[in-house]
Write a protein of this length. Sequence first.
Length: 111
Amino acid sequence: MVNKTITYFKQYFFMLALAATFVGFSAFKYVHRTNNHQTEKWFMYDGEGPINEPSSYQLGDGNGETEPDCGPAGLIRCAVFVESDGGSPELPDEDALATVGSSNIKTRTAG
């Protein structure tokens, strides 16, 4: 009887240890994923400077995480969703601006 009880507790203990290991690793992955800073952000174009010049942009609403509402789509660039500059995260990366795809550009009508 004592042997069966000891065996039961050993199995129960190992099952709990295994479950704790899974929970621990899952929590570690979650923390790593949520601490990863977003490198792609929305930058608003000032409408005046060269479109490939980072100083012609400013970080959008919500630290660049909120997609801007540019109104009806048109021919004038309004905002871009690109990687931020490593040295100045409030500015877009110059190489990213040069190669931005049309799916990452928001436009507006004149006016």
